[in-house]
Design a protein around this ligand. Structure first.
Ligand SMILES: O=C(O)CC1=CCC(=O)O1
Length: 268
């Protein structure tokens, strides 16, 4: 296991492969998850990339720090981790809040970003009222009290029906996140708006969404794609909010095609 002290917080991370000589691909997580969600994508990419995953503060094995957070805390942590690893010019793949972190990283440290893969994310997610209600519910009755609703957003009905063991495992992942880390990140989501920052993104970017995503809908992700000059937009079939778990093969194929186009073809 690998740990680094970044901005006074111990972050759990994983570096696979050497950053020298290969494109570096960095994965940033969604709310309530840790970096294990990327496993089936990483297995399909290993060897061709150096890969960095990490648990954002308040999640997984990383420290909680002092919640509530702002999105700047999460963005600063990723910037600090990449500086620590001496990685520059990386392809940043962010899921949901991780996609907001990716947008914030480009806005503040464009030297760290070669391209953006924005997965099931948006310039603005939810409303202040919806995040405040979620924070109140979790503080009162715990994460398990909202787990059913979250799972209907994370996974399609087919996943619920056919992949029951995985569903149980991901439920454990969600409900075992520290309450303060979870609600602290809800506060960061509540207060973040990257509408103007998205208009200024000049890096090659693709926005990807599951066709049944109930959190950042295909329509919302298309709005994000329209804000970002020259960005691509792709829909993954038979997936909800977490395509890296539900449809890793299809997601990896879309990622590879996008990366090949700008790395090999120079077209973007
Ligand atoms: O868990 C959810 O509600 C979906 C989600 C919104 C932001 C995020 O990172 O996950």
């Amino acid at each position: 296991m690998q740990f680094a002290s970044i901005n006074g917080v111990t972050l759990h991370y994983q570096l696979i492969g050497a950053p020298e000589g290969k494109p570096v691909l960095v994965f940033a997580n969604s709310l309530g998850t840790d970096f294990r969600i990327w496993r089936d994508v990483i297995l399909r990419l290993i060897g061709d990339f150096a890969i960095v995953t990490y648990d954002m503060r308040g999640h997984g094995l990383s420290d909680i720090g002092t919640p509530p957070y702002s999105m700047n805390h999460h963005v600063g942590d990723l910037a600090g981790l990449l500086d620590y690893l001496e990685v520059k010019n990386a392809i940043i793949c962010g899921l949901s809040v991780g996609g907001m972190v990716a947008q914030g990283l480009y806005a503040t440290r464009p030297d760290l970003v070669r391209a953006l893969i924005l997965c099931d994310t948006a310039h603005k997610i939810g409303t202040p009222d919806s995040w405040n209600a979620r924070i109140a519910a979790v503080n009162k009755d715990g994460i398990q009290s909202i787990a059913e609703g979250i799972f209907n957003v994370w996974f399609t009905p087919a996943f619920h029906a056919q992949r029951r063991e995985e569903l149980a495992g991901y439920r454990n992942m969600l409900v075992r996140q520290p309450v303060d880390g979870y609600t602290g990140t809800c506060a960061a989501l509540r207060d973040a708006d990257f509408t103007e920052a998205a208009r200024r993104i000049a890096a090659p970017t693709i926005c990807i969404v599951g066709d049944q995503d109930g959190s950042t809908s295909p329509g919302l992700v298309l709005e994000l794609a329209k804000l970002i000059p020259r960005s691509r937009y792709e829909v993954i079939k038979d997936a909800a909010h977490i395509p890296c778990v539900e449809q890793p093969e299809a997601l990896t194929a879309v990622m590879r095609a996008f990366i090949d186009e700008f790395e090999l073809g120079g077209k973007l």
